[in-house]
Ligand binder design. Structure first.
Ligand code: HSE
Length: 297
């Protein structure tokens, strides 16, 4: 039996929610084909689109799959084919798409012994291989869809949040590579109380705005005074993109995950497309190759 699945890209952090908030992109992602085999092992027979390790123990999808099978005590073999469309190091959850896709498909082929929430820790093992950190803010929305909140890591407590119907994301990806591990190493380990107060005010505001579908409140809450000032230095023309997005009508913007992609959220697809044009203008003469996408959430 085999399954062909879509493995969505995701935007982690969503400005104010470093390591706790993430959202799933409806129209950007990889494809994966997963099938049962008699080999008793996890294998990856093909990866198309990117040069990534085929050995299961060195591949995020392989590691996540093996974590799931180990927890079940299962000796069932599985083979995976991965068709990568999300570039690794782009900041829209490339490793998470493969990690989440692997555990989702295997769970389905095994008759769903786990709930979607229970799959998150297995996919996090893959993320750990990719970035050295056990963060869930990409794998959770990739598995659950829409927005999700990691209320707590210990114990793991992930909540799927309401997603307003008219919210669209615009993403510009400048084609420079920023490794998550490097982007984490520039962060400070302590946060001044004043900045923390502003940040948790915004997280609460954003979550409230999602549930009440209050787009202005969502926009007012899309700020990050802790991580963005440090990481934005790694991203060409970051401030201009933010400004151009706001002028084009975006609700707010920020770094997508650990960058270098920049995202903006807008009310309605029409505005999201105008934001895409504005972002394109900023990069047009920059000498940096880039691509721009609009997606529902
Ligand atoms: N929360 C993680 C980070 C996401 O910002 O490092 C990485 O995609």
């Amino acid at each position: 039996k085999e399954l062909r699945i879509f493995c969505p890209a995701t935007i982690a952090n969503v400005a104010c929610g470093f390591d706790v908030l993430g959202l799933c992109l409806d129209h950007i992602g990889d494809e994966m084909v997963v099938r049962k085999t008699g080999s008793g092992q996890v294998t990856i027979s093909r990866i198309e689109g990117q040069d990534l390790p085929l050995e299961a123990a060195n591949n995020v999808a392989g590691v996540s799959a093996m974590a799931l099978l180990k927890a079940l005590g299962s000796k069932q073999g599985f083979d995976m084919e991965i068709h990568k469309k999300i570039k690794p190091g782009s900041g829209i959850g490339s490793s998470a798409a493969s990690a989440a896709g692997a555990v989702f498909a295997i769970n389905r082929l095994l008759g769903e012994p786990f709930t979607l929430n229970e799959l998150i820790p297995f996919a996090m093992e893959g993320e750990k291989l990719a970035s050295g950190a056990l963060h869930a803010d990409n794998v959770a929305p990739a598995l659950l869809g829409g927005f999700s909140l990691v209320r707590s890591y210990d114990p793991l407590d992930v909540i799927r949040l309401h997603t307003p119907g008219q919210l669209y994301a615009t993403i510009i990806h400048p084609q420079i590579e920023v490794k998550t591990a490097d982007a984490r190493s520039v962060l400070k380990h302590s946060v001044p109380l004043k900045k923390a107060i502003a940040q948790w005010g915004n997280v609460g505001g954003l979550v409230s705005g999602l549930y009440t579908e209050d787009y202005d409140l969502i926009g007012r809450s899309l700020h990050d005074g802790i991580v963005e000032p440090l990481r934005s230095l790694l991203i060409p023309r970051f401030d201009q993109v933010k400004q151009a997005s706001a002028e084009a009508g975006a609700l707010g913007s920020g770094i997508s995950g650990s960058g270098p992609s920049i995202f903006a959220l807008s009310k309605g697809e029409h505005t999201a497309k105008k934001v895409a044009e504005a972002m394109t203008q900023v990069y047009a003469d920059s000498g940096v190759a880039f691509d721009v996408h609009v997606s529902g959430i």
